[in-house]
Ligand binder design. Structure first.
Ligand code: UD1
Length: 413
């Protein structure tokens, strides 16, 4: 992707459905033979990957605009390694296959290179519910009839919480998850499973899910708070005026609070957030954390913004241990950032310069796009595949806001 920087972005952009809510919803289809309809789904590489996963397990899928229709029976208990190695969220099929078929064989997952990302919490949780789990030659083999029980998560992992909810939706005695993740995408999965017939109650520190007679349903996915946050930051870094529409402002509070602290003007109502960027903006201190804390998925994009702040900023990355793939690339554009263990220290600079850079994961790629929008001259971002995994129509949406951005297909030999 090539970005010619220096133009303030202005206008309104409609936010797509949340990738991270769509991925577990597709896997939830494995719990029933009846049709499941998922509306407001983003058409992204990761979503296509999850669709191929359920197809490979026996489901039939077709798209109608941004709606995914899934029907048919899951017949295979083995997830193909070429799919699971592409994306971590495909590992979520383990629980549903196990409760449906009594066994599941799922390779250890791949995904973005942002840390070691083990699945121990998923496996410990399923063992606690009666699964026999073995890992042999990179494949997780799980067997057994699951029973109810209590699972305490020592860390509120999004994936492990979703894994246990998906299994729990088919366990009549009920599963209690203590210290679950509370991300909006997890809440969206709860809403889906409840409309499929599971009984759910939750309080501050636990979720109880009791399986019932599950049925098909129609589900509308929540808006993508990370996509929305990325466009707000695009407005801020270019000193523009950007409105994101079709969003839940409350899901964006951690970001908008930091943007306001740095000097941007934010207004919001029910479904929109409007940002007006002004220069100079000041540096801030941020720590990523599970929801409602500052999302790790916006940390790279925030880093790009703070690279141009007046003064010093500090970001502590507390969720993933090595999510700094964007830092080296931002340095090549003139940023002054030093890495200190789990933290980065950012000394704001007056300007960034276009450069040839590489996206190492989805959000690192987004950070480079933002830096490119504000930089002098042209920024060429390789690794477009990463952006395609997580941002729907990114070039078109940016162009609509007045950015000069285009894609050059290059063949890699
Ligand atoms: C999900 C999101 C991802 C986001 C992350 C944190 C999807 C598809 N992806 O990823 O975009 O960045 O939440 O908000 O929804 N961990 C363990 N053992 C486990 C599971 C996780 O130690 O069994 C650790 C991970 O290594 C990581 C931390 O827990 O350090 C957070 O991971 P988790 O919340 O599980 O994230 P994902 O579900 O992988």
């Amino acid at each position: 992707m090539v970005v010619r920087g220096g133009r303030p972005l202005s206008g309104r952009v409609e936010i797509s459905g949340a990738k991270n809510a769509t991925l577990p919803a597709i896997v939830a289809s494995l719990l029933v033979d009846a049709p499941l309809v998922i509306a407001h789904a983003p058409r992204l590489r990761d979503v296509e990957t999850q669709v191929s996963l359920v197809e490979s397990l026996g489901k039939r899928v077709h798209w109608e605009g941004s709606t995914i229709h899934i029907s048919g029976e899951a017949v295979a208990a083995e997830a193909p390694v070429e799919i699971v190695s592409r994306m971590r969220a495909s590992f979520l099929c383990l629980g549903p296959l196990l409760v449906r078929l009594g066994e599941a064989h799922v390779p250890l997952p791949g995904g973005c290179v942002i840390g070691t990302r083990p699945v121990d919490l998923h496996l410990e949780g399923l063992r606690k519910l009666g699964a026999e789990v073995e890992v042999r030659e990179g494949v997780v083999h799980a067997r057994g009839k699951l029973h109810g029980g209590q699972v305490w998560l020592r860390y509120p992992s999004v994936g492990a919480t979703e894994q246990l909810l998906l299994a729990g939706a088919a366990i009549a005695e009920g599963v209690e998850i203590v210290n679950p993740a509370r991300e909006p995408e997890v809440m969206d999965l709860l809403r889906l499973l409840s409309s499929m017939g599971a009984e759910i109650s939750f309080s501050e520190d636990r979720i109880v899910i009791r399986g019932g007679e599950l049925r098909g349903t129609e589900h509308q996915v929540i808006p993508d708070r990370i996509e929305a946050g990325t466009y707000l930051l695009a407005g801020a870094i270019t000193e523009g005026e950007v409105t994101v529409s079709g969003v839940r402002p409350v899901h964006l509070t951690a970001l908008t609070a930091k943007l306001e602290e740095s000097g941007a003007e934010i207004t919001s109502n029910e479904e929109i957030v409007r940002l007006r960027g002004t220069k100079p903006w000041s540096g801030v201190e941020v720590e990523t954390a599970p929801y409602p804390g500052f999302p790790t998925d916006l940390q790279p994009q925030l880093t790009a913004y703070l690279a141009l702040a007046q003064g010093r900023s500090v970001i502590w990355e507390r969720v993933f241990e090595s999510r700094f793939g964007h830092v080296g690339e931002l340095l090549r554009m003139g940023a002054r950032i030093t890495l200190q263990g789990q933290a980065i220290l950012i000394e704001g600079v007056e300007e960034l310069r276009g450069a040839e850079v590489r996206a190492t994961d989805i959000r690192a790629g987004a950070a480079l796009v933002l830096a490119g929008l504000a930089a002098q001259g042209e920024t060429r971002i390789r690794g477009l595949d990463h952006l395609r995994r997580g941002y729907e129509n990114m070039e078109a949406k940016l162009a609509q806001l007045g950015a000069e951005v285009w894609v050059e297909e290059t063949s890699v030999i």
